[in-house]
Ligand binder design. Sequence first.
Ligand code: AOF
Ligand code: ZN
Length: 411
Amino acid sequence: MSLERADELMLQDKEYMRRAIELAKKGTGWVNPNPKVGAVIVKEGQVIGEGYHVKCGQMHAERNAIASLRDSAEGATMYVTMEPCCHYGKTPPCTEAIIENGIARVVIGSKDPNPKVAGKGVQALRDAGVEVVEDFMMDECDALNPIFFHYITTKHPYVMMKYAMTADGKIATKTGASRWVTGPEAIHKVHEMRHECMSIMVGVDTVIADDPMLNCRIEGGRNPVRIVCDSKLRIPNECQLVRTADEYDSETVVVCAIEGLPIGEVRFTDKAPIYLDYENTNPLAKALGKKFGGGNFIKKAVKLNEMGVRIFNFPGHDGRVNLNMLMEYLGSLEIDSLLLEGGGNLNESALRVGIISEMRIFIAPKVFGGKAKSPIEGIGVDNPNMAYKFSFDDVERIGSDLMITCKRIDN
Ligand code: AOF
Ligand code: ZN
């Protein structure tokens, strides 16, 4: 083959993989905790089938592309953004469908780090005589799935910390007024991030100050699980999060840190009558009541539970929520991602315990000055070489503001 002809073929391969990437993006927010995957089937220079993973639990990209075939795929090439699976999960293996349909060549972008796949998909195809090209446009394909790669290998959610600040690093004015730092385009972007992440978390002080809804307000968006870190259960019953918990189409969770209460989710049902006895008529309840601050915590937790709020308890050594235990528990509930929206103390705790994988920093071209809050408060470090370190991944102009994406440097 001449060099020119080889270059031409490479360009075509790239064009089809780019199309597969575009298709994969359509699954954003709906496929979690699965990856976004797109597939294109090409025969004799014609696209004869296309598909993507639409929703977790439904068919994978490859099978959707095969289902859309307008022609026999015998001898065709499939371009797929991730290694085809070879296991029975919620759906049957994609490798089988590829082999059965006589696809001769498969061009793959990302590897699938799922231990059930991890190279075995490629092997199954090769064993059946299919030609496989690996790592094709791998960086572009990998960029689709930072959440999946993190979740499938650690079983903890991928935590994205988001904040919006002025050019002088303030998130509010000296009076505490924070609406609005950035413009409407940046706010829209935040709602896209709420759609993409399965859960969202704030500290109770943010709830008390701003009374946020934490839902996703874009057309066709999906609402995240709303989580409030609230060690002493200070959340007001009248706030929007609590008042709307029952009708909200996802979950609302308050995470407390109460020593002596069972660890994990606490359900105040008749299975746990001791906690319901917050009038302390039972001697054991009385003893517990003393331990929990005269039973006030229990009373509050029962009330929240009755209003549709789920209660998790993860006490840490410092009297605050143990964030690592919380991440582990969220992972066990198949929550693969969490958007952390402050405030400054919770942000700093999250950095300190090492759960942040990515930061999205919005910067508005304005200055507040004065003694005003900054995005990261808490204890902070003493020495510059103890800083929490990130690398710049991307800078985008969003309306009149900037969005900087930073990724944690693993050391
Ligand atoms: C593919 N193509 O489009 C996707 C893949 O429970 P299941 O059957 O949906 O399997 C989920 C696993 O399959 C997931 O963890 C990942 O390894 C792979 N996802 N694979 O070939 C796809 N979404
Ligand atoms: Zn599959």
